[in-house]
Design a binder for this molecule. Structure first.
Ligand code: PLP
Length: 368
C-alpha cells in the first residue's frame, strides 16, 4: 500500500468543475486581481472566523509582514514568538527591522510556553506573535492577559489553523490581528500562493487594504509607501469553492486524528498529540514523537508511507538566525522536539485502511 504524506488529487473530483467554471468567468471578464472573487472571499472568510474583516493577500508570509506593518512595528522593536515554528513567522519581523525574541514551547502542546513569555518582555517589546502550530490554538487567554498587562499587541499566526477554535471561538478574531496562509498544502489551500489577515479593528482593516496596493486608496495617489500584496482572482475562486466543503474536511481531519490516537494509544514508545480540552484542534499535521525518529521515518518510507518533520531545526539554531547568537541548550523543549517529532500522513480523504496500515507499520517497527 502507498500512503502519501499529502494527496491533493483526492479532493479534485468534488471541486474541479465548479472551480473551472469560475476560472472561465474570470478569463471572460479579464479582471484578474482583487475583483469580485476576492471580495466574496474576504466576506465569507471573515464571517466563518467570526472576525469583522479579512483582507486577501498574496501569501501567508506577506500576511505576517502586513500584520506587523499595520501594527506600526519597526526598527528597534522586539516581537515574541515560539522557537518551534515555520521560519515565515520570524522572517517578517526581520523585514521590518525588529528583532524576533524566541520563547521555548510547551512539552505537551508544542505551542509557545505561556509561562516563559513574561521573562522575555523588555521596554522594546511591541507584540506577542503566537502560532497555532499544527492546527492547535495556542493558549490565548493567558497570552491576552500578559499582553494587556504590558500593553502589547497579539498577532496570531493562524497559517496552520483554519477554523480551529479556542474556547468555542474561532481563532483569527481573538487577538488584535491574525495572519493566514493558503499555500496549497494548508487546510484551506489555493492552487498557487495566497494569504490574508483578519482583524476586528476597522482602522487596521483600512490600512491593510491601502498597503497591499502600493499605499493607494485611489489609483496613482500614494498616501504611504506600500507593497504589491494583492490577491489573485483565480486563487480567491479556488478558496471560495473550497470554503463550501471546509467544515466537512475539517471534521474528517479530526476523525482521522481520533483513529490514529486510538490505534497508537497502546504503543508505549510513541507519543500521540495532546489536544487541550478547551480547544478545537484542526490537525493541519498529525505529529507524533518517537525516540528512534529517523529510523522510523526511513522504515515508513520503505513501506510506501510519507512522513515529514516539522521542523528539523528550531529557529534559534537555524543558520539564518545565527546572528542572534543563540546556542544549543537555549530552548531545550524545542530542541528535544526537533529530534523526536514525526508528522504522519494527514488529509481529509485519508481512509481507515490507510491509517490502519500506517499504524501497523509503526507497530512492526517498534517490535523489530
Ligand atoms: C505556511 C506558513 C506560513 C507562511 O505562509 P506562505 O503562504 O507559505 O507564505 C507562515 N507561518 C506558518 C506557521 C506557516 O505554516
Amino acid at each position: 500500500m502507498n500512503v502519501p504524506f499529502l494527496d491533493l488529487k483526492a479532493q479534485l473530483p468534488l471541486i474541479r468543475s465548479e472551480i473551472e467554471e469560475r476560472f472561465s468567468r474570470i478569463i471572460a471578464n479579464t479582471a484578474f486581481v482583487c475583483g469580485r472573487e476576492v471580495k466574496e472571499f474576504e466576506e465569507t472568510f471573515a464571517d466563518m472566523h467570526q472576525a469583522e474583516h479579512a483582507v486577501g493577500l498574496s501569501s501567508g508570509t506577506d500576511g505576517n509582514h502586513m500584520a506587523l506593518v499595520c501594527s506600526g512595528i519597526g526598527a528597534g522593536d522586539e516581537v515574541i514568538l515560539p522557537a518551534n515554528t515555520f521560519i515565515a513567522t520570524a522572517e517578517p519581523i526581520s523585514y521590518v527591522g525588529a528583532t524576533p525574541v524566541f520563547v521555548d514551547v510547551d512539552e505537551s502542546t508544542y505551542n509557545i510556553d505561556v509561562d516563559k513569555i513574561e521573562e522575555k518582555i523588555t521596554p522594546r517589546t511591541k507584540a506577542i506573535n503566537p502560532v497555532h502550530l499544527f492546527g492547535q490554538p495556542a493558549d490565548l487567554d493567558p497570552i491576552l492577559e500578559i499582553a494587556k498587562k504590558h500593553n502589547l499587541l497579539v498577532i496570531e499566526d493562524a497559517a496552520q489553523a483554519h477554523f480551529a477554535e479556542y474556547k468555542d471561538k474561532k481563532v483569527g478574531g481573538v487577538g488584535d490581528l491574525a495572519s493566514w496562509s493558503f499555500y496549497p498544502g494548508k487546510n484551506l489551500g489555493a492552487w498557487g500562493e495566497a494569504g490574508a489577515i483578519t482583524t476586528n479593528n476597522e482602522e487596521i482593516h483600512q490600512r491593510a487594504k491601502v498597503l497591499r496596493d502600493h499605499g493607494s486608496a485611489k489609483k496613482y495617489y500614494h498616501d504611504v509607501i506600500g507593497f504589491n500584496y494583492r490577491m489573485s482572482e483565480f486563487q480567491a475562486a479556488v478558496l471560495n469553492v473550497k470554503m463550501m466543503h471546509i467544515q466537512k474536511w475539517t471534521e474528517q481531519r479530526r476523525a482521522n486524528a481520533a483513529l490514529y490516537d486510538s490505534r497508537l494509544e497502546g504503543i508505549e514508545q510513541i507519543k500521540t498529540p495532546n489536544a487541550l480540552d478547551h480547544v478545537k484542534h484542526v490537525y493541519h499535521l498529525y505529529v507524533i514523537r518517537a525516540a528512534k525518529r529517523n529510523d522510523l521515518q526511513s522504515y515508513l518510507k520503505e513501506n510506501g508511507i510519507g512522513a515529514g518533520m516539522h521542523y528539523p531545526i528550531p529557529l534559534h539554531l537555524t543558520e539564518a538566525y545565527a546572528y542572534l547568537g543563540h546556542k544549543k541548550g537555549d530552548f531545550p523543549v524545542a530542541e528535544r522536539l526537533a529530534d523526536e517529532i514525526l508528522s504522519l500522513p494527514m488529509y481529509p480523504e485519508l481512509s481507515e485502511e490507510h491509517i490502519d496500515y500506517v499504524c501497523k507499520k509503526i507497530e512492526d517497527f517498534i517490535t523489530l
